[in-house]
Design a protein around this ligand. Structure first.
Ligand code: FAD
Length: 489
């Protein structure tokens, strides 16, 4: 069956852009969450929307599942291939089709790298605001599918606020347009449904993005506190004072230690936590609000405040923060990058409880995160070589998500559910909630071939009646090969 499909795909794309060699396929066996690995049956590298649509139609005709992949930097296993399926890689769809300053829009292919959009818009006085820390390598298609965030999303909003239109290959293989250049379209917000759908509702083949005017002024400070409690209180005080910084990022002592070891960022010695606060906008507003931020940090016991004198110093402040995930490799052989959300005002107690959970389980947790919007990234450190440590790290990781839910937050802020967090969905949603979500999925993809095995802990066949089910789940009972992705749960 796969050989026949491979032949059809070669007829569409040519021999060079269909990969069937097992060694070459291994390049694509995982995304940024490397402990899940599945070698796909085939990888294809389309260049155009029409080619993507033809590939999807061929998969549907053969009853073969398919998974979209951008740059493969996802941290929830969203682009994990299906063993019997086709991985549709958009990394060669990298054309910026249009930059229109007058419309404040850019139109791009899905494989375009996030930072390239800002570089293309810069000469016109614009940039693309959502800035995941991976922005030098992650694709716009992946950003759209994950509704990615970043340090500056506190003020400017997440990807969903910056995608105004998309051309999409539906799971039937049709090419359709959702949204457009205009600010709004009548009818259901299908574009809103599609953004954040993690490749389960189709494949984006062209994306229209909102561009943001470059600010007149940007000012950044680094404030050092004795504890995360103090830094958390300062964060809440800044927002409560009516100041909306472009970014408020926090790192705790362990994250600072890792960043110093990796990039020698020179943060204040002895800090239990640092905040990076950045303001942007009209110079007069920024200057006035900057004074407020400085005062509020001091009132919340900041023991040192550094103000970036120029772009070089500003870049140094950010260097420690942006390198923090990878830097943790300097202080621990293995680590889990967790992603959860809490209301910002709950930062002090939640960070205290995370430390208590870590201590009780004998593992260390470094915290580096978007404090302004309460999006935590606890890095749970462990050594695979020490017996039981990986299991304890998993326990801590899960307990942190329970804590987020208990405080009214969420099991993911920006990295998505993918394969990794599907098992946590019932901690946040009832069976009815999950059934309703799957009705949406089935409306787009009745055959269940678009990225199966992701998001939902108990996948449902589309003909199945919603509601509670007793005994083995029908798709599992039927051992339907279309649902083999479920084996990873
Ligand atoms: C060091 C590091 C830092 C990171 N920092 C951040 C951060 O600050 N904020 C943040 O939000 N994330 C962050 N991430 C996670 C990751 O970079 C984002 O989720 C990013 O959006 C993934 O883009 P990608 O191109 O790599 O997508 P992939 O990993 O290739 O795919 C991600 C998901 O999108 C789907 N997909 C890909 N392309 C398409 C398409 N064209 N149409 C439909 N579905 C598609 C895939 O099926 C998959 O489900 C970080 C990752 C790393 C490694």
């Amino acid at each position: 069956m796969i050989d026949v499909l491979a032949g059809r795909l070669r007829a569409i794309l040519g021999d060079q852009r269909v990969i069937a060699d097992r060694q070459r396929l291994r390049t694509y066996e995982c995304d940024g969450l490397a402990h899940y690995k599945v070698i796909p049956a085939l990888v294809v590298l389309p260049h155009t929307a029409e080619e993507c649509a033809a590939v999807v139609r061929a998969c549907v005709a053969a009853g073969v599942p398919y998974v979209a992949r951008g740059s493969g930097t996802g941290l929830s296993g969203g682009a994990l291939p299906h063993a019997d399926g086709v991985l549709i890689v958009t990394s060669q769809m990298r054309d910026i089709l249009e930059v229109s300053a007058a419309d404040e829009r850019a139109v791009v292919q899905p494989g375009v790298i996030n930072l390239q959009v800002s570089k293309a818009a810069h000469p016109y006085g614009y940039y693309y605001a959502p800035d995941p820390s991976s922005q030098q390598i992650c694709s716009i298609g992946g950003n759209l599918a994950e509704n990615s965030g970043g340090a500056h999303c506190l003020k400017y909003g997440f990807t969903t606020n910056h995608v105004v239109g998309a051309q999409v290959v539906t799971p039937d293989g049709d090419l359709v347009r959702l949204g457009g250049r205009a600010p709004d379209t009548p009818g259901y917000d299908l574009l809103g449904v599609f953004v954040g759908s993690e490749g389960t509702l189709g494949i984006a083949t062209e994306v229209t993005l909102r561009l943001t005017r470059l600010p007149e002024s940007v000012r950044t400070l680094l404030a050092a506190f004795e504890s995360t409690d103090r830094a958390g209180a300062a964060t809440s005080a800044i927002i409560a004072a009516g100041v909306v910084p472009a970014a408020v990022e926090m790192m705790d002592a362990l994250a600072i230690e890792a960043a110093e070891a990796a990039v020698a960022c020179g943060y204040p010695a002895g800090a239990g936590a640092v905040l990076i606060v950045e303001l942007d906008g009209p110079a007069a507003d920024v200057d006035a609000q900057f004074a407020d931020v400085e005062r509020l940090c001091r009132e919340n016991a900041a023991f040192e405040i550094r103000i970036a004198a120029d772009d070089a110093e500003r870049a140094l402040f950010w260097k420690g923060r942006k390198s923090a995930f990878a830097a943790v490799g300097r202080i621990s052989p293995d680590y889990i990058v967790q992603d959860g959300v809490i209301p910002r005002t709950a930062l002090p107690p939640v960070l205290r409880e995370i430390n208590a959970i870590a201590a009780a389980n004998g593992v260390r947790v470094a915290n580096v995160f978007h404090a302004g919007d309460g999006n935590l990234h606890p890095l749970v450190l462990f050594d695979e070589a020490v017996e039981g440590e990986a299991d304890r790290a998993e326990v801590v990781s899960a307990a942190i998500l329970d804590l987020c839910v208990a405080y009214g937050g969420s099991i993911t802020g920006e990295h998505g559910v993918g394969v990794d967090k599907a098992k946590y969905m019932p901690r946040m949603f009832t069976d009815d909630d999950l059934d309703t979500m799957q009705l949406v999925r089935c409306a787009f993809d009745p055959a269940g071939l678009a990225n199966p095995g992701k998001i939902y802990p108990t996948p449902r066949l589309c003909g199945e009646v919603p509601g509670r089910h007793k005994g083995a789940h029908p798709p599992q009972e039927a051992a339907d090969p279309g649902w083999q992705g479920a084996e990873v749960f």
